[in-house]
Design a protein around this ligand. Structure first.
Ligand SMILES: Nc1ncnc2c1ncn2[C@@H]1O[C@H](COP(=O)(O)OP(=O)(O)OP(=O)(O)O)[C@@H](O)[C@H]1O
Ligand SMILES: [Mg+2]
Length: 528
């Protein structure tokens, strides 16, 4: 991650170069931007700028002419550079495969290590332009890394104008249009603007929808992120009063005057609790309440098979989130993505530990207003680091709805089905559904409608009550687990609801359980 979020990558590289760094890694997929950066750096530092690639060897960036013949092989280049005594800026493109620690690249690594050492002689400044972060262990402490964030509004404005010129269409890069392209790389933005310009014949505010649609597609392609249109809102969340109140307070920190007043940007919230009680629903509702874009992050999908890929996709996802900020980053079922941290650390060369570590560090240190909403069912699988102070602003426990909350939830779902809740005896239905989750109550309303429709009558209390009776709520088979979770949460989390959870009815021991229902007390960390 960057040393100082306020500093631009350009300023950061300049500072490193002036301080005497002779090799700097620049991480980005956008190699053309690195070349652009090198041109400006070369001018500022008064250095001729050269580029090396495996395909083209070493050439001058200014006019594309060959700088030195026969240097296509990485080792030949490094050997030649070691003897070189003139000053220059050399961009080395996609050099990472030749210094991957597991490929027997010890000679290349050693050469680079020596080049990175400050010496008396003048020597070229090397920029390693790589799409993936990370270096072999020998180089990690020698070569500073600067990560290029995704393009900001000014870059996107340039891209927009360039596309307009290229296609001969009038370009009016209004803020909404640039905003719609936020989160895309230069190439992706170029394509999105280009498509919109061709389709509409111009490039202005009317292209916002098209560009936003293209962005959603691109983000989904990454497989770890999904761009959601927030389609639910806080009014559709029953109960959970304390959580809603807290969120309302935190949301104000993004509003006018908050920063001057001294409010810190909120980091995020962890929602722990019973299945089907509204955790995911709340995540979606926060985004619509605050009018932020909602990014769903599937941490489990981060783990790729190729070395370095997992870290790259983790950082890639976080970069997109930062580019879209302010936004809500929703990490659903975070325990699934982070579990096995301790054990797999030994089996996969530490990849998962590093990936999780980079997420945790980012959560603590990021400065972009990205509000993280993580949800989890099973506390035994959460790495303890996650629960430590500083990662989340608060940890909330989402319990089964109380009687009052059940009335609210039934009313909400009746309304969603265009029924007037006043026409129903909600108190009776709530009394008949102790231990039912929000999802089960919603299902009973839906089921009631089916039954009434089949009878050819309007839906009544009786239909819903019958549907409730025929449901076997999860809490009945998981009573002990829920009680244990409640106990755990009492000391470690804040209650999301205003009322305490009701005691659950006795478990019917004769009921056969599904395998996934009979974990060995899934809610409590092993050994407790
Ligand atoms: N408190 C609630 N108010 C209104 N509706 C609710 C509530 N809780 C659950 N529901 C309904 O149940 C559906 C499923 O809930 P949701 O996906 O939010 O549960 P969850 O807590 O994320 O469960 P899981 O742990 O299984 O992911 C919601 O889309 C919503 O329609
Ligand atoms: Mg969920």
């Amino acid at each position: 991650m960057s040393r100082d979020a306020q500093q631009t990558p350009y300023a950061e590289i300049l500072l490193l170069a002036r301080a005497g760094a002779s090799v700097i890694q620049v991480t980005t997929h956008e190699w053309e931007r690195v070349q652009g950066l090198a041109v400006s750096l070369g001018q500022t530092l008064n250095l001729p700028t050269e580029v090396w690639s495996r395909a083209r060897g070493l050439y001058r960036l200014e006019d594309g002419s060959v700088r030195e013949d026969g240097l296509n092989r990485p080792l030949a280049l490094l050997t030649w550079l070691a003897d070189r005594e003139d000053k220059a800026l050399v961009v080395m493109e996609d050099f990472h495969p030749y210094i991957a620690g597991d490929r027997g690249a010890d000679e290349e690594i050693r050469r680079l290590r020596e080049l990175a050492r400050p010496g008396r002689k003048p020597r070229p400044l090397l920029l390693l332009s790589t799409p993936v972060p990370g270096l072999p262990i020998e180089l990690r402490k020698e070569i500073p890394e600067v990560e290029l964030p995704l393009p900001g509004p000014e870059d996107l404005e340039q891209v927009c104008r360039r596309v307009g010129e290229r296609l001969g269409k009038k370009a009016q890069p209004v803020p909404a249009l640039l905003d719609a392209a936020r989160g895309l790389t230069v190439m992706e933005a170029d394509l999105a603007f280009g498509q919109a310009a061709v389709e509409l014949g111009r490039l202005d505010g009317s292209a916002v929808g098209l560009v936003a649609r293209e962005k959603k597609r691109v983000i989904r392609q990454s497989e770890v992120l999904e761009y959601h249109d927030p389609d639910r809102n806080m009014d559709e969340v029953g109960g959970l009063e304390r959580l809603k109140e807290w969120l309302d307070q935190r949301g104000r920190a993004y509003g006018p005057g908050a920063q001057d007043y001294g409010l810190d940007a909120p980091k995020g919230v962890l929602l722990l609790g019973v299945q089907g009680c509204g955790k995911s629903l709340v995540a979606k509702s926060i985004a619509s309440a605050w009018q932020f874009p909602l990014l769903r992050f599937d941490v489990g999908k981060v783990y790729g098979s190729l070395v370095g890929q997992s870290e790259a996709s983790m950082r890639g996802a976080l970069k997109v989130a930062e580019a879209l900020a302010p936004c809500v980053l929703w990490i659903d079922e975070i325990e699934k993505g982070l579990s096995g941290l301790g054990s797999s650390g030994q089996t996969d060369g530490g990849t998962s530990a590093r990936v999780v570590g980079s997420l945790l560090t980012w959560m603590q240190e990021r400065s972009a207003p990205v509000f993280v909403v993580a949800t989890a069912n099973r506390v035994d699988q959460l790495p303890p680091e996650l629960l430590r102070k500083g990662r989340f602003d608060e940890i909330f426990f989402v319990d089964l709805p109380s009687r009052r909350a059940r009335e609210d939830i039934l009313a909400i779902h009746l309304k969603r089905k265009k029924r007037e809740p006043k026409g129903f005896d909600l108190a009776r239905l709530a009394a008949a559904s102790v231990g039912y989750s929000g999802a089960e109550l919603e299902e009973a309303v839906r089921e009631g409608l089916f039954r009434a429709f089949a009878e050819g009558v309007e839906v009544k209390d009786g239909h819903i009550e019958a549907a409730l009776k025929d449901t076997y709520p999860l809490s009945r088979t998981m009573r002990e687990e829920i009680e244990a979770l409640r106990k755990w949460a009492k000391v470690r989390a804040r209650a999301a609801a205003a009322d305490d959870g009701e005691p659950l009815p006795e478990t019917d021991k004769s009921t056969p359980r599904l395998k996934q229902e009979s974990w060995n007390n899934p809610f409590v960390p092993a050994g407790k």
